[in-house]
Design a protein. Structure first.
Length: 188
């Protein structure tokens, strides 16, 4: 449909909408059971009653939700306190660790094996956390997706390589394809 067709089609639809609105208002005026002032008065009463009902509903909702809001505030405060305690414990452990690490050079040379064992232990603990913790579930899923993507790409490349070898294409020792001279890109 061209621009000209769209322009005329849009104005035709707008005209139809205006005509339908005018006809609807006219039929409504002819078929109204009461006069305009009576209808406005009845409508005002209904709206006032609905507003009153909505106000009562909000009051009721606020009253019903008050215990839940109090419980949530108390739980949030408990969690903040718990987090504060955990943070303080971690900071104390970190300060102790820093104090331990500030030993002289002899201690550092003698504890080379111990440092390696601690590093491996920390790595294993992190891996165990990653594999078992619910908090680490999103990270595990991303790692699985990345591994699947790498595996799929490797399989596709291997399949393409095998297919080219079956078709008799020349390859280098590393397995990369050698393009014949006639298939090389041409300058335009």
């Amino acid at each position: 449909m061209g621009t000209e067709d769209r322009r005329h089609g849009g104005s035709g639809q707008a005209g139809t909408l205006i005509l339908a609105t005018v006809l609807g208002v006219g039929v409504g005026l002819l078929a109204a059971p009461r006069s305009g002032s009576d209808t406005r008065r009845a409508l005002g009463k209904r709206l006032a009653a609905a507003g009153h009902d909505i106000g009562e509903g909000f009051d009721d909702l606020e009253e019903r939700s008050r215990p839940a809001r109090r419980a949530m505030a108390a739980r949030a405060e408990r969690l903040r306190g718990l987090a504060r305690e955990k943070r303080e414990a971690v900071m104390a452990e970190y300060e102790d660790f820093e104090d331990d690490m500030e030993g002289d050079d002899e201690d550092a040379e003698e504890s080379g094996g111990l440092g390696t064992i601690l590093a491996v232990g920390a790595g294993l603990a992190a891996a165990a956390f990653l594999m078992t913790s619910e908090r680490a579930a999103p990270a595990r899923e991303r790692a699985r997706e990345a591994a699947a993507t790498v595996r799929d790409e490797a399989e596709a490349r291997w399949d393409r390589f095998q297919h080219r070898r079956k078709e008799g294409h020349e390859t280098t020792q590393s397995g990369t394809r050698i393009d014949p001279a006639d298939s090389a890109p041409q300058a335009s």
